[in-house]
Design a protein around this ligand. Structure first.
Ligand code: DGJ
Length: 813
């Protein structure tokens, strides 16, 4: 809901308020963003359009506005007329450069006369029930309408359930030059999310240089906030880092990789040092953008902090000609007073409903098998069909053919750009292979890496000018490949055309879209020298055009983004592709950390997660099949190994996992996600009728065995049946302890040991309980003991380092 009383604006969601007013000087004071300023009753009244209530906004502003009555010492006064206004001490909706606000600006411009002072003041505001979209970049959307009202449950519903998304556009105009800045706010009440974007419009007759245009600026009236950012590298994404900002500045940025990046994800959180998983103020921020980004939290060390976020200003410039406009990416913010967990769940709802789109948005994602870690480049039709056959026997729904199916792509030195099937490997072509896969009852999917070219490729030989490099200088490569110049329309058109042919050449249901190197030697033969710093942003405008065109043309295909794993895991990509391969690291233990990192800002059904072989190919670490399954189940689930090389018992286990996942898939993919602690996750279905929890054993210790599973999010009034997913135990796991039971001496790992293990079937522990949600949420269910060194039976949980257990909760109706 957006309320206006004169020039006072309240953006209201279920549990948060965003409050601002236009000052007599024309600047916009940011009064508050955080906990709701109004009660549910007031929300209800506003919803009923009792406009008399709107007088309340000016009363609220009088109480909350900054009481700035004296000129600040050693500060600049904005103007004689507005004396003693010093912008440096005002919380503001936007800051320019050069009029006394010496903090981090939202916008920096250079005008034709060389001056760089900009002075944007309020011109007009417009509230609309229609949400607009950006023209060059993806943005959030709403198609939910008024939920409960349309369901005919108006009276019972809470006010925000009857509410719907709205947009506020505030236009500011510079006092000296003919340039306007539009600040666009979209309010999504039901998921406590507000978005902001900024558009610059040059109404003058001279060109203006845009040195920076960030997307969001939030001034907090307090210092000492902490910025949580997520950093890593290839195969080790989303490590969490916390930096407290008492004064000065902390930054999370992708400076020059050219992608949103595994080094620094654009998602960040601002909270207080005492915020916990379940309590305290927490703000989540993200950008609907895939390029270099910049977010900072700074403080003047007294009572103000400023968060900004947007396109990375380093290396960026944009020449805005007379009559043109420039759009900054949309920024997303969510506030929760219920700690990190509350913020995450709102962010998940927002991403699932207002970023992800298309036919797959609300559909359960198929269980897939991908051949990459099973074969790498070394495959042919027969070897693929063998893997597919085992997969179909196990109940897997989609077979994905990864890298190596085209051109001369037998390793990673050649072939990128030549999107023609290699008939030596696949004599029946993609069409023939897809038919055979379909005949097994599975859908067929394919890998592509459209943004790239190898020097050893027909495409490069035909169009060397399409590769990104600086003429006359040696260029750098990554994975021996170069990037295609997507700033060019002819290159965009070539990709659209080449991929359209591939996508129509067979019955393709899924595409994995990879991107395996970062940028260097930025240059386009089509850009004049003075515009070369526009290259990176223009690349993404081009990429989004390609992705938009192809996803519209092939609406039924499920697209999965990928960039050497999670090097481009962001809301820009998710605006086109519903899911992204989260990491090239498939080690379940590492994945607990990586997926936990993603879980702060991204829902489980955006993260690709697979069971792979052991020893794991990235870490050489071995964890049980059940653990690999349990962790991957908290994502878009699949397998990435040669099932034919598993033992019969393991193949049965896989079939059992697939059956289990299908039964609980909706909860895993669309449920509310809870981090119970660092190594325990839980998902609860939206109607709270079903839930699944995971406990991962990070480090086992003897005599340390009395675990309880304390839940979150269950319906306190409901009764649940709780059960663990029972696993079978291989007697060999006890090693020489077999001799405490065996009548004869058994040599560990000898022939007799093997025979006993094959014939002696042992079940793991069974935990079962019936309890109310309130018991489970407050105390938890006490579980059977771990193996602790003093005895073992069927009531004892074998819970070695790296073991994991799933527990399911079904409401008793
Ligand atoms: C990197 C991806 O992340 C992998 O999953 C795989 O598709 C390879 N590229 C193929 O080259």
């Amino acid at each position: 809901m957006i309320l206006r009383n004169g020039n006072i604006f309240l953006l209201q969601t279920k549990g948060s308020s965003y409050f601002m007013q236009v000052l007599p000087s024309g600047h916009i004071e940011h009064i508050h963003y955080g906990a709701s300023l109004i009660s549910d009753m007031q929300y209800e009244k506003f919803m009923k359009n009792e406009s008399a209530e709107e007088g309340l906004l000016s009363d609220m502003a009088k109480v909350l506005e900054i009481k700035h009555k004296n000129e600040g010492g050693n500060m600049v006064v904005y103007s004689k007329e507005s004396y003693p206004l010093c912008l440096e001490v005002m919380p503001l909706e936007m800051s320019g450069f050069g009029k006394g606000d010496i903090r981090e600006p939202l916008v920096e411009l250079t005008f034709a006369d060389g001056s760089s002072t900009c002075d944007f003041l309020f011109e007009s505001a417009e509230i609309s029930d229609e949400l607009g979209s950006l023209e060059t970049l993806p943005s959030s959307y709403d198609d939910l309408g008024k939920g409960a009202e349309s369901a005919g449950e108006e009276d019972k519903a809470a006010p925000w359930e009857k509410d719907h998304a709205q947009q506020l556009t505030i236009t500011l105009k510079d006092t000296g030059y003919d340039i306007r800045l539009k600040m666009i706010y979209k309010v999504y009440p039901e998921c406590d999310t507000i978005t902001r974007s900024a558009v610059l419009i040059n109404d003058g007759d001279a060109r203006v240089k845009v040195d920076r245009l960030l997307s969001i600026q939030i001034d907090f009236q307090q210092s000492g906030y902490q910025l949580t950012s997520f950093h890593g590298r290839w195969a080790d994404e989303m490590g969490q880092t916390v930096s407290v900002c008492n004064a000065g500045k902390v930054v999370s940025e992708e400076l020059a990789a050219g992608e949103s990046g595994s080094r620094s994800n654009p998602f960040t959180m601002v909270s207080m040092p005492d915020t916990t998983e379940t309590a305290g103020d927490c703000y989540g921020f993200n950008l609907v953008y895939s390029g270099n980004h910049y977010s900072s939290l700074s403080s003047n060390g007294t009572f103000l902090s400023r968060f900004v976020s947007g396109i990375q200003p380093t290396g960026f410039e944009w020449l805005l000609e007379a009559g043109e406009k420039f759009e900054a990416p949309e920024a997303v913010m969510t506030y929760s007073g219920r700690g990190f967990g509350g913020m995450s769940r709102s962010m998940h709802d927002f991403v699932r409903k207002h970023i992800v789109r298309g036919v797959w948005r609300d559909k359960e994602r198929p269980i897939l098998i991908n051949n990459w870690e099973a074969t790498y480049f070394n495959f042919n039709q027969n070897s693929l069909l063998k893997i597919a056959k085992e997969a179909s026997k196990a109940g897997i729904e989609l077979f994905v053919l990864d890298d190596g199916w085209f051109g001369k792509r037998n390793d990673d030195h050649a072939g990128l750009g030549d999107w023609i099937v290699n008939t030596k490997k696949l004599p029946d072509g993609l069409g023939g292979l897809a038919e055979k896969i379909n005949a097994m009852g599975m859908k067929f999917g394919l890998w592509v890496e459209p943004e790239m070219v190898n020097e050893d490729s027909d495409l490069f030989r035909a169009h060397p000018e399409w590769a990104v490099r600086i003429p006359g200088r040696s260029h750098s490569v990554g994975r021996t490949q170069m990037i295609l110049d997507l700033t060019r329309t002819d290159v965009q058109d070539y990709i659209i055309d080449a991929l359209s042919k591939v996508f129509s050449s067979a019955n393709i249901s899924y595409i994995k879209w990879d991107m395996n190197r970062i940028f260097s030697d930025r240059f386009s033969l089509e850009l004049p020298a003075e515009r070369m710093k526009e290259f990176q942003h223009r690349y993404y405008i081009g990429l989004y055009r390609i992705m938009g065109t192809l996803t519209k043309k092939f609406p039924e295909i499920l697209f999965e983004g990928c960039s050497a794993g999670g090097n481009r895991f962001d809301l820009g990509i998710l605006s086109f592709f519903p899911q992204i391969w989260a990491s090239d690291d498939t080690d379940a233990e590492c994945r607990m950390d990586i997926q936990r990192g993603y879980s702060y800002g991204y829902p489980a059904n955006t993260q690709g997660a697979h069971v792979s072989a052991v020893p794991n190919h990235q870490t050489l670490h071995t964890v049980p099949l059940e653990t690999r399954f349990s962790v991957a189940a908290f994502g878009c689930f699949g397998y990435e190994l040669n099932l034919g090389e598993l033992s019969e018992q393991q193949r049965k286990q896989v079939a059992d996992q697939v059956e289990f996942y299908k039964k609980w898939r909706k909860v895993f993919q669309f449920g509310d996600f809870y981090r119970l602690d660092k190594y325990r996750f839980m998902v609860v279905s939206k109607d709270k009728s079903a839930a699944v929890a995971l406990i991962f054993q990070k480090e086992s210790r003897p005599n340390n065995d009395y675990l309880a599973l304390k839940t979150m999010g269950l319906d306190e009034d409901a009764v649940y049946e709780v059960a663990n997913r029972q696993v079978s135990v291989n007697i060999k796991a006890f090693g020489s302890l077999i001799n405490t039971m065996a009548p004869i001496h058994v040599k560990q790992d000898g022939i007799i040991h093997g025979i006993i293990a094959r014939h002696y079937k042992m079940n793991g522990e069974k935990d079962e309980a019936v309890a109310t949600g309130s018991m489970l949420n407050s105390c938890g269910v006490r579980l059977n003991p771990d193996y602790g060194g003093t005895g073992y039976g069927e009531d004892t949980r074998m819970f070695r380092t790296g073991d994991a257990r799933l527990y399911v909760f079904a409401r008793v109706e």
